[in-house]
Design a binder for this molecule. Structure first.
Ligand code: SF4
Ligand code: SF4
Length: 347
């Protein structure tokens, strides 16, 4: 397990702990966070707000949104890669799948039953937890087995349980590609200096299979191509219909990409990252792991597919002032100040 994998598991544990734990936390005998619709008040980390004090909550939500945009503009889609509920639940389900197969010991009939039963239990607990942010969670937990829940509570628990169950089992990364609005606005949040997952075409092109033992481009002194030539090779490989058949290169001229397609096969949304980074990439790094394995087998250094910015690959000089981080940073501070002022006045 490398550092990135460890971080993914730590964030997953933190996000799950936060989501499932928050409705149970108490402060001076009252819920720490509860949007109590029936009693028409909000308990917010020690503050007891009336429902009409909704404006500071709105400012707070906007501050969180602006902060997410700020982090995205500076560091890329860290939210998608580590913390998004869709990512966390999909990752949890895949871990469950690995556990229920018991390393291949569980029979083909037992594994799906076990996995579906466990996932249904997690989905139900997710539904209860979600409604627990709006109605005291202890009442839900005792009311459910006694069939003593209100109509709306029962409806929303069933709704969120079903959504969690079906979302992860049937939609998984399709949510990111087709449904998620955050995914759609990525191009407006980032610039050439924002890190994302890239294939280093300067090192990898021209791609091609070759016998093992030839050494990487650095080891055999071919070195990196200039960015324009590298882009040209990528275009020719991606558009054979317009660029014509690819020439055959001697092993000495080949780049480090062995054209094994492992990155393409590993991508949960079917992207070929070698064709360039796109707004659809959720930065899951599956292609990075797959390519690193190929590099290790070929005796090449890791990092042909890596997390970096397009500006860095194109060797552009860094800039000190970037419009997007500046704008989102200012908006975050502004919304935060408005939210604090509103909360203090309402509390
Ligand atoms: S596998 Fe690579 S290209 Fe595909 S979504 Fe994940 S990071 Fe992006
Ligand atoms: S996994 Fe690496 S070596 Fe294999 S095709 Fe993708 S970029 Fe090339």
């Amino acid at each position: 397990m490398n550092r990135r994998h460890l971080l993914q598991w730590l964030v997953l544990a933190a996000m799950l702990g936060l989501f499932y734990g928050l409705p149970w936390l108490r402060w001076r005998g009252a819920a720490l966070l509860l949007f109590d619709i029936e009693a028409r008040h909000i308990r917010f980390f020690g503050l007891d707000l009336r429902m009409d004090a909704v404006l500071p909550m709105l400012w707070l939500a906007l501050a969180a949104l602006a902060a997410l945009c700020l982090v995205t503009s500076l560091y890329g889609r860290l939210w998608c890669a580590y913390a998004c509920p869709q990512t966390v639940l999909t990752r949890l389900h895949r871990a469950l799948q690995r556990i229920t197969t018991l390393n291949g010991l569980a029979g083909a009939r037992i594994e799906p039953v076990l996995r579906h039963a466990l996932w249904a239990a997690i989905a139900l607990w997710t539904g209860i937890t979600f409604v627990g942010y709006f109605s005291p969670v202890e009442g839900l937990v005792t009311g459910l087995p006694a069939l003593a829940l209100g109509r709306w509570e029962a409806f929303w628990i069933a709704f969120y349980a079903f959504a969690t169950w079906a979302n992860v089992l049937f939609l998984h990364e399709r949510v990111c590609t087709y449904l998620c609005p955050y995914s759609r606005v990525q191009p407006w949040l980032t610039d050439a200096f924002t890190p994302s997952i890239h294939y280093d075409a300067r090192r990898g092109e021209p791609r091609g299979a070759r016998p093992a033992g030839g050494g990487s481009v650095m080891q055999r002194a071919r070195g990196l191509l200039d960015p324009v030539t590298a882009r040209d090779y990528v275009f020719r490989a991606a558009h054979p219909a317009s660029a014509g058949p690819r020439p055959t290169f001697s092993d000495a001229h080949l780049g480090d990409c062995t054209d094994c397609d492992a990155c393409l096969l590993a991508c949960p949304i079917g992207l070929d990252i070698r064709n360039g980074s796109t707004g659809s990439c959720i930065e899951c790094s599956a292609c990075v792991d797959a390519c690193d394995d190929t590099m290790a087998r070929s005796g090449f250094p890791a990092g042909l597919i890596l997390r970096t910015s397009s500006a860095r690959i194109e060797q552009r000089a860094p800039v000190t002032l970037r419009t997007r981080p500046l704008l989102f940073g200012t908006l975050t501070l502004l919304f935060l100040a408005l939210a604090m002022a509103g909360l203090l006045a309402a509390g």
